[in-house]
Every structure is written in C-alpha cells, then in structure tokens.
Design a protein around this ligand. Structure first.
Ligand code: PGA
Length: 240
C-alpha cells in the first residue's frame, strides 16, 4: 500500500481528483468505482472543475457505485442515487445509461446484486475504485464480520454505521439495510484509492494499515491489494 499524507481535506481532494482525472485521460472509456459520504465531496468538486475547464470528459466513462440503502425512495435526499447526481453526475457529461447504482428497492435483492456483479464483469471490471472508510473499518457497507464478504449482497447495517449516518436523516428514518459491493467485488478493482480525513478516523486508519488483516476491520484487506493508494489528511494519519 502506498500512503500519502496531506495538510487537509481540500488538498487531499485535489490529489484524489488528479488520480481520477489521469485515469480518464489515459482511458476515456474507463470504468470508475465511486463512493458516497462526506469524504469524496472535495474530490468530486474538483473533478467537476476539471470537466468545466475542458480537461476531462465523462462522455465515455462508466461508473459503478459501491452501495445504496434499501427501502428508501430512489429520489430521497439521502439516497446515494441523489447524492451522486447532486455531487457529480448532474454537473458533467456522463451518460445516464453508463451510471450503475444498485436499486435498493428491488423486489429480488439477490437478483439485483447478481445482475450488478455481472454488469461490472461484462464491462471489463473496475479500473479504479474510490473508497471512504467507516469509523468501524467498513468499506462500502461491508461491516465488521467473522468472514470477508465476496460479491454484492444485502447487508444489515451495524449500530456504529447507524450512529454515524443517522444525522443526515430527519423526514424518513435511516434504513437498517443496504445493498453493497462485497469485499471480493471491491478487491477485484485494478486500482484502489482510499481516502480518509479527520481525527475520528485515526484509530481505524492505524488498524487498517498496521493491524493484521481481519474481517473485523474490513479495510485491512487492502493490505493484500497489489495497487492500492491511501490518501489521508494529517489528522486521520496521526496514529501512524
Ligand atoms: P464518510 O463515510 O466519508 O462520510 O466519513 C465514509 C464511509 O462510511 O465509508
């Protein structure tokens, strides 16, 4: 794992966006794996700027998002469908048919998950995957567990994740289930970029980088990935 430490979240966002922009320049029809949450927002803001400056185009880019809540209307303000459109897709020239976000309201969630993995494989696999990390070490919504997960599946969210994300929910209660790429799906990306900021992540970053590889800290499996870059601000890296 390659580690880079930045002064703050803004500087980290610029660097992460540069990695993604370079991928798009090198392969205009690349497959991006994308993430939601607070961490990627500066990265997406910078990618929009680069698009508006004419430096990159998303017209041939395809995307696969890590996860989506179950039992939340697609257009709810807290759905990841809404998040991705508000924070990136509505501001660039990506084609809607090239956007892949799991349908958390699918009647047959197992089928939805299998179809998603199939579409990802048929597209040639993810070239570069962006990841945040939960305070409990989750990547996507792969929560601490007794075994690493494999493909995309329906997961029950843990108390830690409910606490971390419930601040966003006021009208509709926070869902307790989500569909998520499995750890195996995430690890199949050719390159992975994990970003983390803030002192609240310092312990889990230490466990991810210095601890043993364990499903109790799902992100620790990244130690086994051949091409993984970790970008931290000083606060998140403070225990390394
Ligand atoms: P955050 O979430 O970027 O909002 O901290 C990261 C995550 O839970 O994966």
């Amino acid at each position: 794992m390659e580690i880079k430490i930045f002064e703050d979240a803004a500087a980290l966002g610029l660097a992460a966006a540069e990695i993604f922009a370079n991928q798009i320049k090198a392969k205009p029809d690349c497959i991006l794996g994308l993430a939601t949450g607070a961490s990627p927002v500066p990265t997406y803001t910078r990618l929009i700027e680069l698009y508006k400056a004419g430096e990159i185009s998303f017209k041939d880019v395809s995307t696969f998002n890590l996860d989506e809540y179950c039992d939340l209307p697609k257009n709810d303000k807290n759905s990841y469908y809404t998040f991705m459109h508000e924070n990136l897709f509505d501001h660039v020239d990506i084609k809607e048919e090239n956007v892949h976000i799991l349908n958390g309201n699918a009647e047959d969630t197992a089928r939805e998950a299998a179809d998603f993995d199939k579409a990802m494989a048929e597209a040639g696999g993810v070239d570069i995957q962006l990841l945040g990390i939960g305070n409990n070490g989750h990547i996507g919504f792969n929560e601490p567990a007794d075994a690493f997960t494999t493909g995309t599946f329906k997961v029950q969210l843990t108390e830690s994740t409910l606490q971390a994300n419930s601040r966003y929910f006021d009208e509709n209660p926070m869902p307790h289930y989500a569909l998520t790429m499995g750890v195996g799906s995430i690890m199949s990306a050719k390159k992975i970029v994990l970003i983390a900021t803030g002192a609240a992540k310092a312990q889990v970053i230490y466990d991810t980088v210095k601890g043993s590889v364990t499903p109790q800290v799902p992100a620790s499996i990244l130690q086994n990935h051949a091409d993984c870059i970790l970008l931290f601000d000083k606060a998140a890296a403070s225990k390394l």
